[in-house]
Ligand binder design. Sequence first.
Ligand code: IFM
Length: 467
Amino acid sequence: MTSTIETRGLARTGSVTFPDGFIWGAATASYQIEGAAREDGRGPSIWDTFARTPGRVASGHTGDVACDHYHRFREDVGLMAGLGLAVYRFSTAWPRVVPDGSGPVNPRGLDFYDALVDELLGAGITPYVTLYHWDLPQTLEDRGGWANRDTAYRFADYAQAVHGRLGDRVTTWTTLNEPWVSAFLGYCSGVHAPGRTSPRDAFLAAHHLLLAHGLAAQVLTGELALTLNLAPVVTPAQALDPALELRPEDAEAVHRIDALLNRQFIDPALRGGYPAEVLEIVERHGGLGHIRDGDLEIIKQPVDLLGINYYNPCIVEAAPGESAHPAYPGSEGIRFASLDVPSTAMGWPIIPSGLSTLLVRLSRDYPEVGLIVTENGAAFEDAVVGDRVPDADRVAYLDGHLRAAHEAISAGADLRGYLVWSLLDNFEWAEGYHLRFGIVRVDYGTQRRLLKDSALWYRGVIQRNGI
Ligand code: IFM
């Protein structure tokens, strides 16, 4: 397929080839696809509770059945093999492995991941395991959740249990997926489980998640990764013209949100310290007493791979008098803006150049860590036409972002691979099943899988190692 992507007026065409050994894959997460919510000893997670709370998830959807991957994983691995994936990134469900969050390990929960790993290896696909993709055991939430320091230690125990069973075959381990989302959507804006709205609890959660990362890293062997939802922070005008000089008040707004969204997590994990702007904001939200002596030494572990989940830039500008955004305590005087550009069904602006900007910046500022895109993709309103899903808009989105990734490599970014989000349509959190991110369509009535045009296109990209 010849592709022409209009990106901010720039036509992007022509072929690009990725470096030899570039890693191609796809990603999913346990609660979003597994289903089997009450089987084989799995305990309840905060998402089971949240989804059952009226008004929290669109149409009252839950992850009870999801894509039934728990029973269909062999078929799904077959699809992955057919696409030529080198890597499959999935998460293990803590409440399947340790149903009460702490205490006895459930061997039947581990059996499932054991069989999945064997199936993947048998198909020549390398498993990348993420230990936490948001499904905290409900019993731990009842004891304070991530706002309780003890949860970090329980996470390390759970990590050890998973590693103990799979560590002979799994060599790439990601501790956390998007801790900013867990902390600030879960505990501050409340749009994700557990649905709390306390800025103080969100900052406690953020620190305890980082502590959990550090503690777990100490029990894992192999390649260690941490996946963050990172985004370039820009003003509306700068999103269209990156060379633009900013007014001092806009520069301050950009810097502050960059600290809260990006550096709050990267700097402790890679450098062993919080940005000064973050400490000042946390100080104003209940103090720094929860950051104990020695914590930052635990948090800073040798990370091999920084996983980047990129969907769109974060667009802000100075706006005196504006109150703080519900998910960004400390963002007073800043407006979160939108841009008049095409967007996905999530309403997220499509700006592929944000990915190259981000990757180049990360390799410049943090040269000690390798980079991998652990999520990138888009929800669109797909239509089934006969036995096809002609999702040209998703193909265009992926094409544009892969070209941006390639540009970043040419500009010196140490990008090792790209994992599309997502292999399957799945439970999109508060949006339920209404929004579809998969390159494979799932008919939730029959559980039939259908390769979308984007999957066929991606197969070609993998075969050619390029576009
Ligand atoms: O579906 C989510 C995923 O679980 C985490 N990153 C963003 C995706 C799209 O919203």
